[in-house]
Design a protein around this ligand. Structure first.
Ligand code: ZN
Length: 81
C-alpha cells in the first residue's frame, strides 16, 4: 500500500517527527538554539558564516532548544526554502 506509506510520511513531517532536508546548525557564540540551515542562511535569517553546521538533519519537533521560526518554516517546506 504505497499510498498509506506516503500518508504516514506526510503525517510524520506535519508532526515534526521526520528529519527535514535542512542541516542542523547553531549560531556561533550563541549556541542556545538549533536552527535549520538552507543554502546561505538559516530559515530564520542568520547568515551561514555566523553558524556552526552539524552533520545531523534539523528535526522540526517542538522541543526546548529548537528555533520556533525555523521549526515553522521547515514544516511548511520540509525539503527546501
Ligand atoms: Zn532559526
Amino acid at each position: 500500500m504505497p499510498q498509506l506509506g506516503r500518508r504516514l510520511r506526510s503525517l510524520r513531517f506535519t508532526l515534526g517527527l521526520a528529519p527535514t532536508g535542512f542541516a542542523a546548525s547553531r549560531e556561533t557564540g550563541d549556541p542556545a538554539l538549533e536552527h535549520a540551515l538552507a543554502d546561505t542562511a538559516t530559515l530564520c535569517g542568520i547568515p551561514r558564516r555566523r553558524v556552526t553546521v552539524y552533520r545531523h538533519p534539523f528535526v522540526a519537533r517542538k522541543r526546548p532548544g529548537s528555533c520556533p521560526q525555523c521549526r515553522a518554516k521547515a514544516v511548511d517546506a520540509p525539503s527546501g526554502p
